[in-house]
Design a protein. Structure first.
Length: 249
């Protein structure tokens, strides 16, 4: 596998595991509630979760009545954790890179993905592969980092701050320049891909999807006040972007 597999890096995995298990974290407090609010009825559905990570979502999909959930991920460590902590009947975890999903020889009622497509070099090609894996009329619901967030190259603070450290506004750099961003974040040389909002939308349309809903990350004032260090910046920029799409029936 030539793709970056940063979650098998011990330090990166441990950072992710520990922050995701904190009482307050971006996944449980922001990403998951919005993504789940966009899901269709899961009862009796066959679901593919791309980049399932530690399996929290896959297990919940099974508990919500899914007929089957296939969770794929490139990281052995993430899958090891998923199998140990989030196994369930009708949930199958498999090591596979998202670039290889064209080899899956079946179709699904729903494809989901949470915060994985930042790592896709060929976003348009991936959308086409996902379209091919869906039954007619089936849904595709996903989140990824908001392009406002990936327009960063690590050489400056993400926020302009007052002398006392209060975030005044969010900074952007080279928003219009798409492609690989290599930054020192948790580890040296973390890689993700930046794309503009219009590229995301047009890639979905070109793949044949109807876009039914788009959301941007949001959180309540109460949570911002309760966890100012963690969520204080969310007033200035949406951390994630979400889409619910459908394959034409
Ligand atoms: C931010 S984590 C999200 C995990 C999970 N979806 C969640 O919401 O907790 C990103 C996940 O994408 C996986 N990933 C990164 N690149 C991948 C690739 N090329 N193919 C499949 N999975 C990949 C990582 O191993 C990691 O588990």
């Amino acid at each position: 596998m030539a793709e970056q597999n940063i979650y098998d890096n011990e330090a990166f995995f441990e950072n992710f595991r520990s922050s995701r298990s904190n009482e307050a974290n971006f996944n449980d407090c922001i990403e998951t509630p919005i993504l789940f609010s966009m899901l269709p009825d899961l009862r009796e559905k066959e679901i593919l979760d791309i980049g399932c990570g530690m399996g929290q979502h896959a297990k919940q999909y099974a508990e919500m009545g899914a007929a089957s959930v296939l969770g794929i991920d490139i990281s052995e460590k993430m899958l090891e954790y998923a199998k140990a902590h989030n196994s369930a009947e009708h949930v199958d975890y498999r090591r596979m890179s998202m670039e290889d999903i064209g080899t899956i020889n079946r179709q699904f009622d729903l494809v989901t993905s949470s915060l994985v497509f930042d790592y896709a070099e060929d976003f348009g090609g991936l959308m086409q592969k996902i379209h091919g894996l869906l039954k007619d009329g089936a849904a595709f619901v996903f989140s990824m980092s908001h392009p406002i967030v990936t327009a960063w190259d690590g050489v400056y603070d993400r926020y302009t701050r007052t002398e006392t450290g209060e975030r005044l506004y969010a900074n952007l750099r080279n928003y219009c320049k798409e492609g690989l961003r290599k930054v020192d974040w948790v580890v040296n040389g973390y890689e993700c891909y930046h794309r503009t909002v219009s590229t995301l939308i047009n890639s979905l349309i070109k793949a044949g999807f109807v876009i039914e809903e788009c959301q941007e990350a949001h959180i309540s004032d109460e949570m911002r006040e309760r966890y100012p260090a963690l969520f204080g910046g969310t007033i200035h920029r949406p951390e994630f972007i979400f889409f619910r799409c459908r394959k034409h029936s």
